[in-house]
Design a binder for this molecule. Structure first.
Ligand code: 5GP
Ligand code: ZN
Length: 114
């Protein structure tokens, strides 16, 4: 989508700090990190959010989670643990309408999701 921030980042029109990339996904450092490791994993194909995913997108979802595992390994949190979050819509606080998965690690998280 031409007016989408993350589509522009994927296309290299807006700079980002790349962590990992393959044919299906792009992963880059969040500009305002909430944890020592805070990487966004996004599909190169535009979806507004996880709500748009269907059974036809199984391959992309599989690639996203392979990408998440790769990011965890590359950033050194694979063994210590990490949190994977995707926000959907207003009440979740989604601010960028291109499906993305936050990979958060390098600190101890509480059980509170509020
Ligand atoms: P959301 O709130 O939609 O789940 O997450 C959007 C995330 O994108 C936020 O954590 C925010 O810091 C990050 N973000 C917004 N604009 C940019 C940008 O231009 N570059 C990068 N690297 N991250 C961004
Ligand atoms: Zn997009």
């Amino acid at each position: 989508m031409s007016d989408c921030l993350f589509c522009k980042i994927i296309a290299g029109e807006i700079p980002s700090k790349r962590v990992y990339e393959n044919e299906f996904v792009y992963a880059f450092e969040d500009i305002a990190p909430c944890a020592p490791v805070h990487v966004l994993v996004v599909p190169k194909k535009h979806f507004a959010s996880a709500k748009e995913l269907t059974g036809a997108d199984a391959e992309i979802l599989s690639e996203i989670f392979k990408g998440i595992n790769e990011v965890a390994r590359l950033t050194g949190v694979s063994e210590s643990g990490y949190r994977v979050v995707t926000n959907v819509g207003r009440d979740a606080g989604q601010t960028v309408l291109h499906l993305h998965f936050h990979v958060l690690g390098g600190k101890l998280f509480g059980a509170d999701f509020g």
